[in-house]
Each structure stands twice: as C-alpha cells, then as structure tokens.
Design a protein around this ligand. Sequence first.
Ligand code: C2E
Ligand code: MG
Ligand code: MG
Ligand code: MG
Length: 286
Amino acid sequence: RAKEAGGHRCDFFDAALGASIAQRFTIEQELRRALAHDELRLFLQPQADAQGRWRAAEALVRWQHPQRGLVPPAEFVPVAEGCELIEPMGEWVLRAACAVLGRLARQGRRVTLAVNVSPRQFHHPGFVDAVRAALQDHGAAGTDLVLEVTEGVVVQGVEAVVQRMQALTALGVRFSLDDFGTGYSSLAYLKRLPIHELKIDRAFVRDAPDDPSDAALVEAIIAVAERLGLRVVAEGVETDAQAAFFARWPHVLQQGYRWGRPAPADEVLAAWPWDDGAGAPGGATR
Ligand code: C2E
Ligand code: MG
Ligand code: MG
Ligand code: MG
C-alpha cells in the first residue's frame, strides 16, 4: 500500500481517526491532489478579551474538496500527520498565515496569528528554516506569530524540543501549549518548555460554570499560569455563562463560537475592529 502511494511510508495506525484503512488511503491520495491543486483554505477564529474585543486569531485549515465541500481538519490532519504529507500541508498553513501578517504589516496593521504545528511537522529537520523563510518571504514579523503545539511534541526527550523552540524564539516567535490539561505531564512541561501561553482545553471550559470540579481545575490552571507569567486562552467558549465565568480574569482571552466562529481569513480580517477605525463599522465583537 505504501508503494502504491508513491513509495512513501505512511503510518496509518498512529492516525487518531475513526476511518478504515481504505478510507485513509483514499484521503491520503486526495490530499496529495489537494496540495497540488491549491484546495486548502485558511480560516481564522478570533480570540477576544473579556469585553469581547478581538485581540488575536487562530489559523485553522480547511479543505475545499471539489465534491465533498468544506472538509474539517479532523478528517484529514490526522491522516496527514500519519505520513509525510503533514509537512507540505503544515507549511502551506504557515505560509498562508505569514502572507496575511505581511500584507497587514504593509497596511500598517498588526494582529497576532496562532498557527497549529503538529508533532511530526515540528520535528521535521527543515522546520526552523521553513518558519524563517515563511516570515522573510512575506515580510512578516516573528513577534506576530504564535506556534501552537501540544505536549505530543515531546516524543523522546524534552531537550531537543527545548532547543528547537529556542531557535524559533530567537526569531521572535512565541509558543502556546494547546489543549492544555488533556495530556499526562502538563505541569512538568510547563516548567521546562519555553512557552508564553496556555490554551485551556474545551473539555474544562465546557462545564466550568456549572461543575465545581471543572471550575476548580480552571482556577488552578489560571493561577499557575499567572505565577509563571504565562498568558491564557480559554478555548470553546460558547455560552454567555462560560464567557461570564472567564470574564473574572480580564486578561484571559476567550476563543469560541460566543465571540466568532472560524471563517475565511479575508472575512474575519474585513470584520476586524482595527484601532484606525477601518474594518466593519463599529467593529465586530460577536
Ligand atoms: P485546536 O487547535 O484545539 O482548535 C480548536 C478547535 O475548536 C477548532 O476546530 C475550532 O473550530 C473549534 N472550536 C472553536 N470554538 C469552538 C466552540 O465554541 N465550540 C466548539 N464545539 N468548537 C470550537 P477545527 O477547526 O475543526 O480544528 C480541529 C483541530 O484540528 C484543531 O484543534 C487542531 O488540532 C487541528 N488543526 C486545525 N488546523 C490545523 C493546522 O493548520 N495544522 C495542524 N497541524 N492542525 C490543525
Ligand atoms: Mg490550536
Ligand atoms: Mg486547542
Ligand atoms: Mg482542542
């Protein structure tokens, strides 16, 4: 099967996807075509402060499939991560995000964009150079780019990860620890990895207003982050009750349907409440 796919070995078994091997094979072949035919799309989702003012955005990839329409990343990112396709796919997203940053910079506007980086992409030997090139080629500032990693980047030994992160930090790039709280040894990594932000996983955010245990966990995570000088983003804020819960911490950013769904990058940027008064009238805060 790997030979049919063009001689590359793809590890179907590591892909956390509820699809059969045959389905994955089909997705993989189609994904090669998608990359060649420019079928990926850059979506952005705003991250709002407690007043609902958009402060930053996360880049989320979509696949504009000719027959199936807009395909969410859960259906193809794990397949790409299981084989070498994650590198060109991830690089496409990185370059698309840097193109936005460069374009905004030339308009005198700035926004922070967070790009997801999968473990395999992070460990690819060319990754640091790819980030540097993406920034340079598009005239984007490293300080406007955040890379979201999960603790899954720490596969063997944290030292190599720290070194690689430091090489990227030297470009001004910052790191965010995504899906925080869902792994095994998150607290140990907080101490060792040069990160500047935590994203509290949606699983804790969902029930925090009602469930005292989830509320306690969220409060503890935020307290630790404050002591360590880390920024915090709560992911999956959907309801007014969740927004009000997190508004107790004015500096905690909220990302979720309550403040804006992921949408095509150009739409989100057109609605962005720029300080210069341009963009949507009155600014878009919902
Ligand atoms: P993630 O990085 O944790 O991204 C957050 C996910 O939560 C996004 O799903 C987003 O649409 C969704 N979300 C945001 N607000 C809400 C809400 O209020 N309620 C609910 N129910 N969901 C919300 P999406 O876009 O489907 O992406 C899923 C995952 O796919 C991401 O999780 C990330 O792990 C991965 N992914 C997305 N884009 C990329 C990419 O460019 N590269 C890589 N390597 N992975 C990506
Ligand atoms: Mg993310
Ligand atoms: Mg996340
Ligand atoms: Mg998540």
